[in-house]
Design a protein around this ligand. Sequence first.
Ligand code: G3H
Length: 541
Amino acid sequence: MTPSELAACFPTPDAVPPEHRLPGELHQRHYLVDGRLEHWDGACKPVLSPVCLRGADGGVEQVPLGSYPDMGEAQSDAALDAAVAAYASGRGAWPTMSVAGRIECMERFVQGMAKRREQIVRLIMWEIGKSLADARKEFDRTVEYIGATIAALKDMDNGHSRFTVVEGTIGQVRRTPLGVVLCMGPYNYPLNETFCTLIPALLMGNTVVLKPPTYGALLFEPLLEVFRDAFPAGVVNTIYAPGEVVVPRLLASGKVNVLALIGSSRVADFLKKQHPKSHRLRAVLGLDAKNAAIVLPDADLDLAVRECLLGALSFNGQRCTALKMLIVHRSIVDAFLDKFVAALGRLKMGMPWEEGVQITPLPGPHRTRYMKDAIEDACAKGARVINAGGGTSLCTLFQPALVYPVREGMTLHREEQFGPVVPVMDFDNVEEALQYVISSDHGQQVSLFGRDADRIGALIDPLVNQVCRVNINAQCQRGPDVFPFAGRKDSAEGTLSISDALRAFSIRSMVATRETEDNKQLLNGIVREHKSTFLNTGFIL
Ligand code: G3H
């Protein structure tokens, strides 16, 4: 596409379909702390959409969506203090509430959230440029995730609703909260990935300081009153402030017990070091990834191209699980590239509300600039853009580029591009492909394409010890959410899945006594008279 064809992808103000417009700019002036929606009349941060509008002169400009509070240290300290007070050293209403009671609050929350579906979906679409279909999917997947997490918690808790007698000791074991969780999600799945840590953290009885992502902050606004009404005061607190100013300070206070961050390993490493007693900080981290696809000589090429295209370019390649390097056997690389170019040509670029759209605008011109620089670097070092028009951009819209041959020393070889650039390398001996994965700083997933059981089998064993999921003849992905989502090296810390996340945000604690008649009577009395929330044999249905 030429720049003027790209410009034509952006609508004029009148051409935005009325049913997809936002009702107006959203100027958020409140935030949730200690169970109150506090008014903010200080400085605010303007929000621009990835979507641009085309003016009469043909120029394009990002749509202003509104603004949100640009707070500072005092407000983030207050949010932390409220979470600490609500936890009250484990004696607060929330950490001591019965599991059934917490589930009731969560169900109230999800009912309120579901009522705001249309508004939140529309904000996801406008704030991060995700297609309407994918924004709806993100919302619905999150609601399903909450339901499944509640069901897993019931199962887990019911399994613990019993005494165990071993070698003369009677014990009851349950999972208990860890304290205050600082929860920060990413812009690419601002709702889903934030909630994948927030929801299990809450259900396990922790209190939370939530910092919405920079792109995707406004979409939390409709939820603030839902949080306030569903949970006791101080259980959910929000901060809207520059991360680099307030987050290291929050950690340095020593009052954060769990850092739940979906972001970069560089930031995670820095933050962890701020905590004065690092052993007291648990980290649940989803970090960088550079997942590779290895396409073997006997691969079904149509299938491999279809999956690699989806894997590399769904949501413009802005997924942590995206395929960010394609390693193709030299004997088939030309045929692979031809088919890939043809498939690229059929991808629809456009605005997020358009039916069937696959490539949408990026968060800001800084992202298109990064993609351009990475391509220029590769081309200066011997690669070329294979598809006509690949890499052309206008403001936030970037035509996907297939870049080949990518080699060591190019930015695209190792850096996570997180965007619509598809680097391709070739190999003669599969050991070269294996070495790429082994020498990588990342260790999330890999995709293998081929049909030969000997070849695939021989690759599975070394690869499962390098990454945490080997996908065969399929792109990399996180779901279904019951499967473990983890990573080695710089890609993650801890495992998330519906049930693993409940474990990540809790620790086992137990009550134990010697098996004597007096102690049995004492335990029975406590259970029968409901004298303890922890020590009980009740069943949640
Ligand atoms: O950005 C990382 C997401 O967790 C990926 O999830 O594979 O379902 O797109 P997904």
